[in-house]
Design a protein around this ligand. Structure first.
Ligand SMILES: NC(=O)c1ccc[n+]([C@@H]2O[C@H](COP(=O)([O-])OP(=O)(O)OC[C@H]3O[C@@H](n4cnc5c(N)ncnc54)[C@H](O)[C@@H]3O)[C@@H](O)[C@H]2O)c1
Ligand SMILES: O=C(O)[C@H](O)COP(=O)(O)O
Length: 417
């Protein structure tokens, strides 16, 4: 029996282009999961509700657009619980198959450990996934998906808004007029036209910022170790090294993800290489700048101004020297916060999470190989086949006595070679 099976299986694997299916009849039931451990971390009373129906449960831990919530509700029990403490999150997570977060929730190793194996999908309703412990997710067999496209324009527009507001002292002048002052000479600004803008990180947001800045008459250069030269050429932007970019720039706009490589990429050493009077915009992540070093660079006159949407700790401490600095303009992580972007992100992430819970191959997963949609279609039958082979292998390895027969059906959509 085993020989017949292995011949059939190797037959299948060697005919890789076949669309194959394999059905098993077994007297043994597959082992069921052991009961979930109860979290020992319950310090505050919170309501835990286990669903009695067979629908999966999705915890929405931060505000998500209504269209996304409605999509989720068609498929799952949806628990919208915002502002959970880390302990409350760890307690709730053991009853959830998926969680959706924005940037304000840390999905830490502890969260995965507390899930007792039930959590299958983390949906990040946005781009940056630095608040999710990806290594822990992968170790716990949990798929992480994000919504990489819906907030691109919103973030780029906010970058341009900050660039112009900073150059013309809009926030400071507004506060001054509201305080009853009329300080026209104090708030003389600088022009953007003809100035060099270095876009650091020429991905989706960076390239849209570059396009818009060119429209404002700026000379745009970019640094991105991974960006293809033809993408930069198409926008009319020259790709340069990190040192060339920061040395030539009148304005620097940051658009790279926060990773161990980009953490504090702007620091005392790199500020020292910049043009005196450079102006910096950050709508990426606070952690890409050493914030203490930025305060020193502002005080030393190396950096004339900064406009920041993001901070190492959010919200930043109220007495933060950086936030309170006269030449710094700040917003509370508003890059993705337009009505349009939030609706788009909600739909994008809801579709990704529902798809992942259905077992479909995810095209926006960040801890599994990214496969283009057309290749996914081609691969799908092989994934199903691999799953069935896995189930068969488990039963054979665990004794195999329950396997009564194996039926292999295979056919090809393509002509034989
Ligand atoms: N403020 C907000 O609300 C807001 C909104 C959207 C995105 N973001 C942030 O902006 C980041 C970029 O978003 P995106 O959609 O453009 O992502 P993206 O993946 O399309 O682009 C990121 C780019 O950074 C590049 N990069 C990686 N390491 C780099 C390095 N060391 N130096 C220079 N470039 C490097 C990548 O090659 C990529 O091209 C996100 O990771 C997120 O943290 C913030
Ligand atoms: O990475 C992102 O998509 C942005 O920083 C948006 O974050 P938010 O969802 O918390 O607004």
């Amino acid at each position: 029996m085993a020989a017949t099976t292995s011949t059939a299986v190797s037959n299948l694997l060697s005919t890789k282009k076949n669309l194959s299916s394999l059905s098993l009849t077994s007297a043994n039931k597959l082992p069921t999961l052991s009961p979930l451990p109860t979290s020992s971390r319950r310090q505050r009373f919170i309501v835990l509700s286990a669903s009695l129906n067979s629908k999966p449960t999705v915890l929405v831990a931060e505000k998500l657009g209504e269209a996304g919530i409605n999509l989720l509700k068609d498929f799952a029990n949806v628990d919208c619980s915002y502002n959970l403490s880390p302990d409350e999150l760890c307690t709730k997570i053991s009853l959830c198959d998926a969680i959706i977060v924005r940037s304000g929730t840390k999905v830490s190793r502890e969260v995965f450990e507390s899930s007792g194996g039930r959590l299958k999908v983390v949906g990040r309703a946005g781009v940056g996934i630095d608040n999710v412990d990806l290594a822990a997710a992968t170790e716990h067999g949990c798929l992480v998906v994000n919504a990489p496209t819906a907030n691109t324009i919103a973030a780029a527009e906010h970058g341009i808004a900050l660039l112009a507001a900073m150059a013309r002292n809009v926030a400071q002048a507004d506060a001054s007029v509201k305080a009853g002052k009329w300080q026209r000479s104090k708030y003389v600004g600088v022009s953007l036209v003809g100035k060099t803008l270095a876009v650091m990180g020429f991905g989706k947001v960076g390239s849209e910022v570059a396009r818009r800045a060119k429209g404002l008459g700026m000379h745009v250069i970019a640094h991105d170790p991974y960006a293809p030269a033809d993408r930069a050429r198409a926008v009319g932007v020259e790709l340069v090294s990190f040192d060339e970019a920061i040395a030539a720039a009148d304005f620097i706009s940051l658009h790279m993800p926060l990773t161990p490589t980009t953490a504090k990429i702007l620091n005392d050493e790199t500020f020292a290489k910049m043009k005196k009077g450079v102006r910096i915009v950050n709508v990426a992540r606070g952690g890409v700048i050493d914030e203490d070093a930025l305060v020193r660079a502002l005080d030393a006159g190396i950096v004339a101004q900064a406009a920041l949407d993001v901070f190492t700790v959010e919200p930043p401490p109220q007495d933060s020297k950086l936030v309170q600095h006269e030449r710094v303009t700040v917003t509370p992580h508003l890059g993705a916060s337009t009505m349009e972007a939030q609706e788009g992100v909600a739909i994008e992430i809801a579709e990704a999470v529902v798809g992942a819970l259905k077992g479909e191959l995810a095209s926006t997963s960040v801890n599994a190989p990214m496969v283009p949609a057309e290749v996914l279609t081609e691969l799908k039958p092989f994934v199903e086949l691999a799953e069935k082979l896995g189930r068969l292998a488990v039963q054979l390895v665990s004794g195999g006595s329950g396997v009564k027969d194996v039926k292999v059906t295979y056919a090809s959509a393509r002509a034989p070679r």
